[in-house]
Design a protein around this ligand. Structure first.
Ligand SMILES: *Cc1c(COP(=O)(O)O)cnc(C)c1O
Ligand code: SF4
Length: 360
């Protein structure tokens, strides 16, 4: 038996990703007329689609949400001037290569530029896939030293790129280096592998990760069709191993900008023991204008979800900003705040008074 030729093997999936326009055309022959625009775009931002994820596409058309998430479109090059390559100013908040620090108690490690799939809405398009490289050992050592002399950092987020594209050996080195810093309390891994390449969540990987608890895993499901039996099995392996699981979706036009679709997604996540954490408003990043949804609409969708769903299934709707970090977006729920009472606006617009403690 040779597992290398097995589509259930994650390395086979990585090697057989659709990476060129020719391969894309071969997989989706109906695309011929749109190929020129796609080719132009693919020359700007990397493309990669694992066969597993490509198989979730039902129609080779930008109206198919999975297609839209994975396949380049010419409109990605039509940027209005308010979009930037690095809208969050991450480069400015890089005290040393591979580390981003925008909050006092948290730091984010860019472990690699590689992902299984290059999401068309990615907010690190300036980095991901441009060259598929990982953090060199020297940089990792410097990061560990930095964390050691900054004991106020308690929470390290391992991101990229997708850290679970790394080999087990590289992951072990990375996690050992970060765990060796006594002041680091929790480690979080941000990964789309359960979504784009669930075959990566092997028993061997789970066994390795368990050595580094407390370790939180945040993933990014954006559409209910991504919750396949393979993806759900991967989530079950992680939840059974005791990792708290979170999900960070991005609100994306033509993908999940409806209460009905998000409801199905959020219910599915909770059913598979994943706690919806954030719903991100699209960043002002180059190449994503066609995905942006007005905040007004996002707020309406959130209000609809709150009426229909258990609070356990409700993520925080946030906008990440370069100067103030993440800001929760909510239609101001407090209408007035006097010393005696505050007045709140309920989800249907009703006003609710709440008396404050007497004499305080
Ligand atoms: C989002 C982010 C974090 C984590 O923020 P939480 O709100 O704690 O999830 C940390 N560092 C950077 C650079 C970030 O972008
Ligand atoms: S997996 Fe994450 S980092 Fe990679 S392309 Fe998608 S959104 Fe960007």
């Amino acid at each position: 038996m040779n597992a290398t030729y097995n589509h259930r093997d994650w390395r086979w999936q990585m090697r057989h990703r659709i990476r060129s326009v020719a391969e894309l055309q071969q997989r989706f022959p109906g695309l011929r007329s749109k190929m020129a625009g796609i080719a132009e775009e693919a020359a700007h931002f990397a493309m990669a689609i694992p066969p597993y994820y490509a198989a979730l596409i039902q129609r080779a058309d930008a109206r198919d949400p999975i297609f839209r998430l994975a396949v380049p479109q010419a409109v990605e090059l039509c940027d209005p001037p308010h979009l930037a390559a690095d809208p969050l100013g991450e480069e400015k908040h890089t005290p040393l290569p591979g580390l981003i620090r925008r909050y006092g108690d948290r730091a984010l490690v860019l472990a690699t530029n590689t992902c299984a799939m290059y999401c068309r809405h990615c907010d690190r398009k300036r980095l991901t896939g441009a060259r598929e490289t990982a953090l060199p050992p020297m940089a990792l050592e410097r990061i560990a030293s930095y964390l050691r002399i900054h004991p106020e950092i308690h929470d390290v987020i391992i991101s990229g790129g997708d850290p679970l594209t790394l080999s087990e050996l590289a992951l072990e080195r990375l996690l050992t280096a970060i765990r060796s810093v006594p002041s680091v309390e929790i480690i979080r891994i941000g990964t789309r592998m359960p979504v784009t390449l669930p075959q990566r969540i092997t028993p061997a990987l789970v066994k390795l990760l368990r050595r580094f608890q407390p370790l939180w895993i945040n993933t990014q499901f954006n559409h209910p069709r991504e919750l396949t039996s393979e993806a759900c099995a991967a989530l079950a392996r992680l939840a059974d191993a005791g990792f708290p699981l979170g999900n960070q979706s991005v609100l994306l036009r033509g993908v999940n900008d409806s209460a009905k679709i998000l409801e199905e997604l959020l219910r599915g996540l909770v059913r598979h023991r994943v706690r919806p954490y954030y719903l991100f408003q699209c960043e002002l990043v180059r190449g994503v204008e066609h995905f942006r949804v007005p905040v007004r609409r996002g707020l309406k969708i959130m209000a609809q979800l709150r009426r229909r769903l258990s609070s356990l299934a409700i993520p925080t709707y946030v906008l990440d900003t370069p100067t103030a970090g993440k800001i929760p977006l909510s239609a101001a729920t407090i209408v007035s705040a006097a010393t005696k009472k505050i007045v709140l606006r309920g989800p249907r617009g009703q006003l609710i008074a709440y008396p404050e403690p007497v004499g305080r």
